[in-house]
Write a protein that binds this ligand. Structure first.
Ligand code: SF4
Length: 135
C-alpha cells in the first residue's frame, strides 16, 4: 500500500501543532505527529490526535442550509451569503451597528481572526467582537 503523508496544521486551537495526515486512495486514515515541528515536537493532545475524523464524516455539513417553512433547504453559497448580508443590514438599519456582534473562533487562524475583527469594526461598524477562548 502506498500512503501519502500530508503535512498540515491542527485545526482545533491556536497553538498551531503540526502533523502529517496519512492518506490512502484519497481517504485520511491516520494522524502522525511531526517530530521536527518547533511547537508540537512530536506530541499532540487528544483533539489533535483525532482531528481528522470530522473530515470524512457523512453527516458533515458541506452546503449551506436555510430554513423555509420550518424545514432546512439546501441553497448555493451566493444565496446563503445574500440572506446573511440582508439580515445584518436590516438589523443595523433598525437598531444601529451596536445591535450587531461578532463571535470568532480559536479554530480560525490568526489571520482569519484579524480579518473578522476588521469586518466587525470596518464593515459592520461595531466594536462588539469576542472570541470563544474567553468563555
Ligand atoms: S494538537 Fe491540541 S494543542 Fe495542538 S493545536 Fe491541536 S488542539 Fe491545539
Amino acid at each position: 500500500m502506498q500512503f501519502d503523508m500530508v503535512l498540515t496544521t491542527c485545526p482545533f486551537c491556536g497553538t498551531g501543532c503540526n502533523f502529517y495526515l496519512q492518506v490512502l486512495e484519497g481517504q485520511i486514515t491516520d494522524v502522525v505527529p511531526c517530530k521536527t515541528h518547533p511547537v508540537s515536537e512530536g506530541m499532540l493532545c487528544v483533539l489533535g490526535r483525532n482531528s481528522y475524523r470530522f473530515v470524512q464524516n457523512p453527516e458533515r455539513l458541506t452546503k449551506p442550509l436555510v430554513r423555509e417553512n420550518g424545514a432546512f433547504v439546501e441553497v448555493g453559497w451566493p444565496e446563503a451569503l445574500k440572506r446573511v448580508a440582508n439580515g445584518l443590514l436590516r438589523v443595523r438599519e433598525w437598531f444601529g451597528p451596536d445591535a450587531l456582534g461578532v463571535f470568532s473562533s480559536a479554530k480560525c487562524t490568526n489571520e482569519e481572526n484579524y480579518l473578522i475583527m476588521k469586518f466587525a469594526r470596518g464593515v459592520l461598524g461595531t466594536n462588539n467582537i469576542d472570541h470563544c477562548a474567553r468563555l
